[in-house]
Design a protein around this ligand. Structure first.
Ligand code: SOE
Length: 382
């Protein structure tokens, strides 16, 4: 692979995850940008990078950078991704790609116009056995897909004293649990089955209409303990949990439950796909096992092993069977797919990383889900 150089905007929970995955891949991460010069410097020192950028403009002016990674609060994604593409940098942006579908449509059109690589970090596709589920469906072992059910549940926002920028619609968008984790699940289902959603019916729930906000910022999953004196009340207009029913264009049906207030579920993604020949089920808490359900034979559990999967799956496995790969590895493989596409000069129609087109599709789904919840009816997708 050519020697690519990149930089990361965002020093919270996920920016450093990008830095680590890129470093493991051999991509040079020159520097990092935080929400203040102090945060940039702190992260630069902790991650042992060369440069602490003082502004995004300074980052974009750096001629060494081939690409930028955007891991900032959602409200900043649109402006940053737009500016980066206009500055001639390839972009890998965290999800959701932007706050509205008109913004994501504009980014998609711009990416096509400038002909740069533009990806959205739907990393869960890259757990090897999710790639294997996709291959098994493509090669016909499931037959026709009848239904997809599943959930994405966490507990880090369970108490009214749990607070993070994501709970504010001004920072994260009108939808929270659906946009933050539900879109991971929807992207996963789309990437595995190829099924397109034709309509949604949603019922969302805000368990804490008021939260107690610390008088300072708290990072995602930081688990910081605060006293009452450190807190102030804030009204919440985003959902903590909710369910969505899906109709797919081939007639299949789907069902998703998301929650950020389910005790004990730290970060648990599950799906079960039923087809005319067999079923598949996966759980991110045991990501190296894929359950294969059979009607007329014993069920199987496929363990992640490059010798036991399709060749296309083996490409995304870097360790032998019995040597587990997990969350950080899924970022590594996602970025590997992105930089391979840059290296091989693939056209935007040839790439297999999650594209701006797919990021746009997710935001359209989010808007339909919100409309369905508000109007209490099925919403058709165009
Ligand atoms: C917070 O809910 C979050 O960090 C998501 O934003 C990530 O996408 C997910 O991987 C873990 O949880």
């Amino acid at each position: 692979m050519q020697n690519f150089t990149t930089a990361v905007a965002g020093t919270g929970f996920i920016g450093p995850v990008h830095v680590e995955a890129l470093t493991r891949l051999g991509i040079r991460v020159k520097g990092i940008l935080g929400s203040s010069p102090q945060k940039s410097e702190k992260a630069q020192l902790a991650l042992k990078l060369e440069k602490a950028y003082r502004s995004f403009e300074e980052m974009l002016e750096d001629p060494d950078l081939d690409s930028v990674h955007i891991a900032t609060p959602n409200v900043l994604h649109f402006g940053m991704a737009r500016a980066a593409l206009l500055a001639g940098k390839h972009v890998m942006c965290e999800k959701p790609l932007a706050m509205t579908s008109s913004e994501t449509a504009e980014l998609l059109a711009l990416a096509r116009e400038v002909g740069l690589h533009a990806g959205v970090c739907y990393n869960i596709r890259y757990y090897p056995l999710n790639w294997e589920a996709r291959k098994q469906i493509q090669t016909g072992s499931l037959g026709e897909v009848y239904s997809v059910v599943g959930s994405y549940v966490q507990d880090w926002l369970m108490y009214e004293t749990d607070y993070n920028w994501r709970v504010l619609s001004t920072q994260g968008g009108a939808l929270r649990a659906i946009a933050d984790i539900g879109t991971h699940w929807m992207d996963l289902v789309y990437s595995i089955t190829g099924l397109e959603v034709s309509a949604v019916l949603a019922d969302l729930q805000t368990v804490h209409p008021t939260r107690k906000r610390p008088k300072g910022e708290v990072e995602t999953f930081s688990g910081k303990t605060l006293t009452e004196a450190d807190l102030e009340p804030v009204a919440i207009d985003t959902e903590d949990a909710g369910s969505v029913l899906f109709r797919f264009t081939n007639g299949a049906k789907g069902q998703l439950w998301v929650s950020q207030v389910t005790a004990g579920r730290k970060n648990c993604v599950r799906y079960e796909i039923a087809g005319s020949q067999a079923s598949l089920a996966w759980n991110s808490e045991r990501p190296n096992e894929l359950w294969i359900g059979q009607r007329n034979a014993p069920n199987q559990t496929l363990l992640k092993d490059p010798g036991l999967v399709n060749a296309a799956t083996a490409h995304y496995i870097n360790y032998p069977g019995g040597h587990n790969e997990g969350f950080p590895d899924s970022f590594k493989q996602c970025f590997r797919s992105f930089y391979d596409a840059m290296d091989q000069n693939l056209s935007l129609d040839e790439v297999n990383y999650p594209t701006f087109a797919e990021g746009h599709k997710e935001v359209i789904l989010c808007e339909a889900i919100l409309q369905s919840h508000r109007e209490e009816r099925w919403i058709s997708l165009k």
